[in-house]
Design a protein around this ligand. Structure first.
Ligand code: ZN
Length: 270
């Protein structure tokens, strides 16, 4: 049976649990990696959150999330930049090696302009990323979110951007939910090579009743998680495999039983 060394959970996956509870439960289940959502850091000093992780022998594998670069005016522009700088600082403080970027989009702005603002926004962060030693992981989002969540929708787009931005401090978080449909997936993952620095798993269920909060456990839907894992690992990726599931259905269930199901689904389907 595959051990759990590579398995990491996003705190959002077990949304009902706060950081201390999630850390205690994950550690008891033999999980060592946590994708920390920023809301889980609220209400206590960063050092205290780090201690909560450390005390359970857990490591933060990612901080989720920065991004949302497109802006309608200079105030929004400045605030977006400052928030991303803050995210990099938070990641450094809790020992997370990367900030996952959901790049954003504004329906009021042409798609081309959204994408230009995103590239500029990331470019403006590279210096600070290098200063604090935290990478920027661009997560392409499924094109159904291109209106208001992200105008970056494929690994190919990420590769084109990183060709411009340089790859020392900018990489790609490949989330199966967003990329599984892409006919260029295999070629673009191969082209990405060591730029792939994050790998997120879940499943696409049919019918999908809510396009945000109806993700499935690996094996509940049509995504070839194991096949995509093999593509990603063929690049040399040997980092954490992050389970990231938003699901009103699963959040409403007993979270202890759900955690067991996640581990089984990881072993059987990833
Ligand atoms: Zn993700």
């Amino acid at each position: 049976m595959e051990n759990l060394d590579r398995l990491a959970l996003h705190t959002m996956t077990t949304k009902p649990w706060d950081l201390p509870t999630a850390c205690a439960k994950y550690a008891a289940a033999g999980i060592t990696g946590v994708g920390v959502w920023r809301q889980w850091l609220d209400g206590r000093p960063l050092a205290e959150s780090k201690t909560i992780l450390d005390d359970q022998g857990l490591g933060a594998v990612s901080l989720v999330r920065g991004g949302f670069f497109p802006h309608l005016n200079e105030t929004d522009h400045r605030e977006a930049h400052e928030d991303n700088v803050r995210a990099l600082d938070q990641a450094a403080a809790i020992g997370a090696p990367q900030v996952v970027l959901v790049c954003g989009a504004k329906p009021e702005i042409p798609l081309v302009e959204n994408r230009k603002q995103i590239t500029e926004g990331i470019s403006n962060l590279v210096n600070h990323a290098s200063k604090v030693g935290v990478k920027l992981a661009i997560e392409p989002l499924h094109p159904m979110y291109a209106d208001c969540r992200s105008a970056i929708n494929t690994i190919g787009q990420c590769n084109d951007m990183i060709d411009q931005l340089g790859e020392d401090w900018v990489g790609i978080a490949a989330d199966v939910y967003h990329i599984w449909w892409d006919p260029q997936l295999a070629q673009e993952i191969e082209r990405a090579g060591k730029r792939i620095i994050g790998f997120h798993v879940c499943d696409w269920v049919t019918p999908t009743n809510d396009f945000l909060n109806d993700r499935g456990l690996m094996g509940e839907g049509c995504i070839d998680n194991r096949g995509i894992r093999q593509l990603v690992e063929a690049t040399g990726f040997d980092g954490p495999i992050e389970v990231e599931i938003f699901s009103d259905h699963h959040w409403a269930s007993d979270q202890d039983e759900y955690l067991e199901k996640i581990i089984t689904a990881y072993r059987e389907n990833v």
